[in-house]
Design a protein around this ligand. Structure first.
Ligand code: 6PG
Length: 236
């Protein structure tokens, strides 16, 4: 059970700080291991972080040709649907960096969900992620792993899940994939998430995590929370 390394920023600084940390970490992994496998978070919080990663000087610090970009989860919609995480990443990052198309591993949600999940498990392979970037929903979900759902506990590396919020059907990497990652970064902002984040921290410290965002416990890697002061509430 690893306690998070909690780094708190004022709201205006968080995106730049997170992008700077990620760029340096990716470059360091490539220098050490030759390649870096990164799973990207969906949702809205990462957008300004990806936008900064896509601009100089950070974009030129990242050896994109040696980076494999995966998706931590995807909504089962067309890739040109406004709800698509791929479309969000394309607009905030991919369209602005020179990364070989073969390094971007999209979840093919235009195929039947179970088939797309199985195919993605093959694309992802068994090698651990070097970096997993995750967000946290107000209910304590992360990626598309939602509280009190049967999918949470099954050991599938890539699975079809069901969201209480639309779009209902999702494809998500499983807890095991995040647990095996070398470094997990949570990006959480906003006062609306402060109480839930404090609960997540309590669950981790208690050694009895229940909510999905508390159950992402790197087995031997690092767990880093990059959060802003409103989300930190009174615990950081
Ligand atoms: C998604 C994400 C999801 C997200 C949280 C937080 O597909 O929506 O994977 O887990 O990270 O819901 O979303 P916000 O960053 O928009 O608050």
């Amino acid at each position: 059970m690893v306690n998070p390394d909690v780094r708190v920023f004022i709201p205006d600084d968080l995106s730049e700080a997170a992008a700077t940390i990620l760029a340096a970490d990716i470059a360091e992994v490539v220098a050490a291991r030759g390649r870096c496998r990164v799973a990207l978070a969906g949702g809205g919080t990462p957008v300004p972080v990806y936008q900064r990663l896509a601009q100089p000087p950070l974009s030129s610090q990242v050896p994109w040709a040696s980076v494999d970009l995966f998706f931590g989860d995807e909504r089962v919609v067309r890739p040109d649907d406004p709800a698509s995480n791929y479309l969000m990443v394309k607009g905030s990052l991919l369209d602005h960096i020179s990364i070989p198309p073969g390094n971007v591993h999209r979840i093919h949600t235009e195929r039947p969900a179970e088939e797309a999940a199985r195919a993605y498990a093959d694309v992802l392979g068994d090698q651990p992620l070097d970096i997993a970037i995750l967000g946290m929903g107000g209910d304590g979900h992360t990626a598309s792993l939602f509280p009190d759902t049967p999918e949470l506990g099954n050991g599938e590396r890539v699975r079809v899940t069901h969201s209480p919020e639309p779009p209902p059907v999702r494809i998500s990497l499983g807890l095991d994939v995040f647990t095996q990652a070398h470094t997990v970064y949570f990006l959480v902002t906003g006062a609306a998430k402060a109480a839930r984040l404090a609960e997540i921290k309590r669950q981790i410290e208690s050694g009895a995590p229940v909510l999905p965002a508390a159950r992402v416990q790197p087995a031997s890697g690092r767990l880093v929370w990059l959060i802003d002061k409103p989300a930190a509430g009174n615990f950081a």
